[in-house]
Design a binder for this molecule. Structure first.
Ligand code: XUL
Length: 527
């Protein structure tokens, strides 16, 4: 009899789900509910509520509740084999928080299948809206927490990241300061991930270590709440939080609500949910230290799995716990496709023309360098945009094309060295990963093989793979991460691009030259 696992993804704009067939290792179905389209009465735009202050970005958690009913109904309509699901788990947009009152626990335990989830759960909130990761209204609270803990380095060493506005700690502090009565009425604080897991399981589900690392509240090494961070955030916070758990922890069986109403197997285990980035790590197959992924999108994002906990005290990257129990980094470079496209367009090229320009120029570009800050850059932190050329003429079309891609790859190499972990292979994903010339530069600069991978929703797939891993661990043959992930992802991997080992020395020197130019520009020097 075939067995299935279900992975859900509660993201900013939609709730998606994938059903994975454990025997064939293939997807048996996928569903998605767009919040704005499906629930216009909430008035969300791109999943968030309009606000007068652009720094305040909240979403209504009841919308996510309704979407959960709707996606299960859609699966039933499509005759998805929910009775044969052995495990389910999910992914939540990171950092967002949900505030529950003292009725929540009993209400979740007694969900009535004759009513909708909305009818069941509408009175469990002590705060009707949830601040999400796009909220940047807590700079004051970040400063207060940082001072209380002894500075940026101390916060990063303790919790894995310096204090960020979107991280949950400063958000909780702002809630406590602005609405002390509602804070007092809050019995439980959940992340989006643990909130959704709580509904599926009909109990308060704990937060997993991976998503917990995005709160600025967990001791990143002991993986327990950090007492001073809790104290710096809000009074009696420990009472409102359950003990964080490993990402493979089972939070019980699926609630009888989903068994009665949608025919989900009553034996299905509800594996704790995690954040979208940790789930994507697994969904892209990064289960061995040294496995990296570079997602080439509007911004470029680098994820890397590392064995040891290394933190970045400059705020250039985050360290989270990975769902495998190791650590992971997340580094975001804003001038990604944005910069590649600007250069392509400036020389009137299409993408094949851009690729030809790169291959027509020598590796290392004869030392010509560009620093392509079309927009303020996150890593390295550059607040004033500007394009800085060194030995590179503006009318050298091919030289500029190679320079922008070499700049991006060199910057990733330089600004990931804090991880203390060299990559052994890189999975390339996102729109621009279809471009061979760009991937060859990636392989040459990092001197490792680059594997092209195309996964539609890596967060939902990662959640399904985590559910599978937990199921094998508990009820199956205990197979390891690679044996769970590889049979599914091998079909999604394209060719491997090998590095040119003759270019190794060249890019070592270029990394030094690039870092010097970058320092010059950041110090306000002239090219
Ligand atoms: C990560 C972050 C975003 C959200 C998106 O730190 O804020 O990637 O997780 O959902």
């Amino acid at each position: 009899m075939p067995r299935y696992v279900l992975g859900l993804d509660s993201s900013t704009q939609s709730l998606s789900g994938v059903l994975l067939d454990l025997d064939s290792h293939e997807l048996a179905g996928s569903w998605s509910i767009n919040f704005d389209e499906a629930f216009p009465s909430y008035g969300t735009r791109h999943g968030v509520l309009p606000a007068d202050d652009p720094c305040v970005v909240h979403s209504p958690p009841l919308l996510w509740v309704e979407a959960l009913d709707m996606i299960f109904a859609a699966m039933v309509d499509d005759q998805a084999p929910l009775g044969e699901v052995c495990a389910l788990s999910g992914s939540g947009q990171q950092h967002g928080s949900v505030y529950l009152n003292s009725t929540a626990e009993a209400t979740l335990a007694g969900l009535d299948p004759a009513k909708s989830l909305k009818e069941n759960l509408q009175h469990i909130f002590s705060r009707p809206t949830s601040p999400v990761w796009m909220d940047s209204s807590t700079s004051t609270e970040c400063r207060e927490i940082t001072i209380a803990l002894g500075g940026d380095t101390a916060v990063a060493e303790a919790t894995g990241s310096i204090a960020f506005e979107r991280f949950t700690g400063s958000q909780i502090r702002k809630f406590f300061k602005d609405e002390p009565d509602c804070y007092r009425q809050t019995a439980e604080i959940a992340l989006v991930s643990s909130f959704m897991a709580s509904i599926l399981g009909g109990c308060i589900a704990p937060i997993d270590h991976a998503d917990c690392a995005g709160m600025n509240l967990m001791d990143i090494r002991s993986r327990d709440w950090h007492d001073e961070a809790l104290a710096a955030t809000a009074p009696d916070l420990a009472r409102r939080l359950r003990q964080p758990v490993p990402s493979w922890q089972v939070a019980g069986n699926v609630s009888s609500y989903f068994v009665s109403r949608y025919g989900v197997s009553s034996e299905a285990i509800n594996v704790v949910w995690s954040g979208d980035n940790p789930n994507s790590l697994v969904g892209l197959g990064l289960v061995r230290p040294g496995d990296w992924a570079i997602s080439l999108g509007t911004s470029d994002t680098l994820f890397g799995l590392m064995k040891k906990c290394q933190v970045n005290t400059d705020g250039e990257g985050h360290v989270f716990v990975s769902p495998t129990g190791d650590y992971m980094s997340l580094i975001c470079f804003k001038n990604g496709s944005l910069a590649r496209e600007q250069i392509k367009d400036a020389y009137g090229l299409d993408w094949p023309g851009f690729a030809d320009a790169i291959t027509s120029t020598p590796k290392g570009n004869d030392g010509k360098i560009i620093l392509p800050y079309f927009e303020p850059e996150i890593v390295p932190k550059v607040l004033v945009p500007g394009i800085h050329r060194f030995g590179l003429a503006e009318d050298d079309a091919a030289g500029n094309c190679r320079a922008v891609v070499e700049a991006q790859m060199l910057s990733m190499r330089i600004h990931s060295s804090w991880m203390g972990q060299e990559p052994t292979r890189i999975f390339a994903t996102g729109g621009a990963s279809s471009n061979d010339a760009i991937l060859q530069v990636m392989a040459d600069v990092h001197q490792v093989p680059v594997v092209r991978i195309s996964v539609d929703n890596s967060a939902a797939l990662g959640a399904a793979l985590r559910a599978a891993h937990a199921w094998y661990r508990n009820d199956g043959d205990g197979r390891d991460w690679s044996s769970v992930v590889e049979p599914v992802l091998s079909g999604m991997c394209g060719e491997t691009i090998s590095p040119d080992s003759d270019a190794a020395g060249l890019y070592d020197s270029m990394a030094e030259a690039y870092a010097e130019r970058e320092k010059l520009v950041r110090d306000g020097g002239q090219e």
